[in-house]
Ligand binder design. Structure first.
Ligand code: ATP
Length: 352
């Protein structure tokens, strides 16, 4: 039976000098799923991966895979015994070795190594290219060889640390779908580190969002986007308008009318509204100050009561700067954040 806690990291801590880099970080990855670990540069993602591999020792917390404790009080299983594989940012292959020898590199020599290399190449559908040299591969094939090299020792968990960060955008978009498909096909349990929200949503069955060493929220991409745990997170995973509201149980009154809340709340609060959930029409609520047409949609900036809100329309521009318009909310239930209160786990001043 598949377990929801195949990889289980709990309360992980890491300090360098006096500086806390990983701070009580907890997350789980169900068997056969990919978790995208998303966070801004320097928030501690690579350090967290290194704690999972055992290359860095933890100052607290635990890591287990399939119920076996790898890191915990008095336990530190060495990296080579963890069966946790890693694909690094720089996945360069050895130019003087064939594809198969690249994949077998690091395995003990002999027939078993050869068999495992062949098996891993089969998984990434490159068995036909085993005798080729890296310079004769396309970029996508080379990347798959790097994944095969990490799969060859039959890891229980695969960690990928920003594997596409050195690539141009077009190539990256193609590869991320390919690698996401590959992980699903081989049923690998994986953690994929990225600082790119779109990449995290494409690759991750679930996403864990990290900030200053802490995991702020774990959920499906839809959960995280529609029900963000903090205003900061709402803006980090997409555009968000932070709007004053007064909550009365299941609804909140805002300048766009009554909006349903996902959890009941009372009193002054703020809600985050996505630009694509605001409908723009003829009216006299606000003034259009900017219009940008992107082809697939149009972004409007609308000034209301001394604040500016962002709006996305799925059609060509219908209004121009200087037009008076009305805005109504048409989207999912939203989360209410008490200003600086328990729902925003970071100080209000850092939150915008
Ligand atoms: P990026 O996305 O830029 O790769 P990251 O989220 O992976 O960043 P880390 O590389 O884990 O972040 O670094 C987190 C913080 O820990 C940074 O401030 C970094 O300078 C610091 N740090 C990482 N490794 C060490 C170390 N061995 N000694 C001291 N400080 C370290």
């Amino acid at each position: 039976m598949k377990t929801d806690h195949y990889l289980d990291a709990r309360g992980l801590m890491k300090r360098f000098g006096g500086h806390v880099v990983v701070d009580d970080a907890s997350f789980t990855v169900p068997e056969g799923e990919t978790l995208a670990l998303l966070g801004p540069s320097g928030c501690g993602k690579t350090t967290l991966l290194r704690l999972l591999t055992g290359l860095t020792g933890a100052d607290g917390g635990s890591v287990s895979v399939a119920g076996e404790i790898l890191t915990g009080p008095g336990v530190h299983v060495p990296p080579e015994q963890r069966r946790v594989g890693m694909v690094f940012q720089d996945w360069a292959l050895f130019p003087h070795l064939t594809v198969e020898k690249n994949v077998a590199y690091g395995l003990r020599s002999g027939d078993i190594a050869r068999g495992r290399a062949r098996e891993a190449l089969d998984m990434v559908r490159l068995a036909d290219l085993a005798e080729r040299y890296p310079q004769d591969l396309s970029g996508g094939q080379a990347q798959r060889v790097a994944v095969a090299r990490a799969l060859a020792p039959r890891p229980r968990v695969l960690l990928l640390d920003e594997p596409f960060s050195n690539l141009d955008t077009e190539f990256r978009i193609k590869l991320r779908s390919e690698v996401a498909g590959l992980m699903r096909e081989v049923g690998m349990t994986a953690v994929f580190v990225t600082h790119d929200q779109e990449e995290a949503f494409v690759v991750g069955d679930q996403v864990a969002v990290m900030r200053t060493g802490r995991i702020i929220q774990q959920g499906t991409p839809t959960d995280v986007y529609e029900h963000p745990a903090t205003p900061w997170l709402a803006s980090f995973v997409g555009e968000a308008n932070l709007v004053e509201a007064v909550a009365e149980g299941q609804t909140a009154s805002t300048m766009f009318g009554e909006i349903r809340l996902s959890e009941p709340a009372w009193g002054s609060c703020r809600v985050t509204l996505r630009p694509e959930h605001l409908l723009i029409g003829n009216g006299d609520d606000g003034l259009v100050t900017n219009v940008e047409f992107y082809g697939h949609d149009t972004a409007y900036a609308v000034e209301l009561d001394a604040s500016t809100v962002q709006v996305r329309g799925m059609a060509a521009p219908r209004f121009r700067p200087g037009d008076r318009v009305s805005l109504t909310y048409s989207g999912p239930d939203v989360v209410a954040f008490a200003a600086g209160g328990p729902n925003s786990n970071i100080p209000d001043s850092q939150d915008r």
